[in-house]
Ligand binder design. Structure first.
Ligand SMILES: C[S@@+](CC[C@H](N)C(=O)[O-])C[C@H]1O[C@@H](n2cnc3c(N)ncnc32)[C@H](O)[C@@H]1O
Length: 275
């Protein structure tokens, strides 16, 4: 509970919807006629944003009408992508009531409110019946969750037989202190970065079969190089994750990039299945 409170405090903003709409308008978007992709610079809170989500989604065998669960859905960018591009029905859950409210408001603005529905709650006590989802995913959420055994047991409970579970988290590659703040935590009290071997062990103990692991460090380093090239000589773009991350966004990103570049951590994908 204390961890969840610290996590919620870390992500608290206060006027996020208004800030995002102002930034969209400043970027030249007509906020009365938004499309899901207009939001992608600001609503995909993980390394590589939409590019990472697209590559991740390819591994799911998505079909229209599939029921997906987005664990730690944040502002719902990935949920809207799966709904809009693949015709899936997505339920999202997140600790932050503010994020959930913004996620639902943005879904309504782009006409996806029938296919995307987010609610506040904990990944450690999912408010869903057993066996209801075809697939579940979490994007950059496990770094905030210490009790991954319980998390994976909960995900396993709500999946159908043969259901898929995809993870895209920042994972530990080597021992060493991380620099804080990072995008997911203000300090070590709410940061639980684990190595892929621990994920695999805990997933197997929860009854999952791990199908695939993909290290995304090189992809991340490319993304950071592209960011540097775009930013050279220019001020910050009006629309970007910095408006979600708050005043010390630059320091959070800088610390994360330094620790990925140093080989301490890396974004990593795991795809597993209920046997
Ligand atoms: C870095 S953000 C990623 C958001 C989203 N998955 C995305 O990629 O845009 C991490 C999110 O996980 C949520 N989160 C962290 N711990 C959680 C928990 N125990 N239960 C539900 N959500 C949690 C946070 O509130 C935050 O919205």
């Amino acid at each position: 509970m204390e961890i969840e409170q610290a996590v919620a405090r870390h992500y608290a903003h206060g006027s996020l919807e208004e800030t995002i709409l102002d930034a969209l308008a400043a970027a030249g978007k007509d906020i009365k006629h938004l499309k899901p992709k207009d939001l992608s610079p600001v609503d995909e809170f993980h390394v590589g944003g939409r590019q990472a989500t697209t590559a991740f989604a390819e591994q799911f065998g998505l079909r229209p009408g599939m029921r997906l669960l987005d664990i730690g859905c944040g502002l719902g960018g990935a949920a809207r992508y799966f709904a809009h591009e693949h015709g899936c029905q997505v339920s999202g859950i997140d600790l932050s009531a503010e994020y959930v409210n913004v996620a639902n408001a943005l879904a309504a603005r782009v006409g996806l409110e029938e296919r995307v529905s987010c609610e506040p709650g904990s990944a450690l006590a999912l408010p869903f019946e057993p066996g209801g989802f075809d697939a579940a995913y979490m994007l950059h959420v496990g770094m905030n969750i210490e009790d991954k055994a319980r998390l994976f047991a909960e995900v396993r409970r709500v999946l159908k037989p043969a259901g898929l579970f995809g993870i895209y988290d920042v994972m530990r590659l080597a021992a060493g202190d991380l620099s804080y703040p990072v995008p997911w935590a203000s300090g070590p009290e709410s940061s639980f970065v684990a190595d892929a071997a621990s994920y695999r062990r805990l997933l197997a103990a929860a009854g999952f079969e791990v199908l695939q692991e993909r290290d995304r460090r090189d992809f991340a380093l490319d993304v950071f190089a592209q960011m540097r090239a775009r930013g050279a000589g220019a001020g910050p773009a009006p629309l970007g994750l910095h408006i979600v991350m708050g005043a010390n966004a630059g320091q959070k990103v800088k610390n994360m990039i330094a620790d990925i570049s140093a080989g301490l951590i890396a974004p990593t994908e795991l795809i597993c299945r209920v046997p």
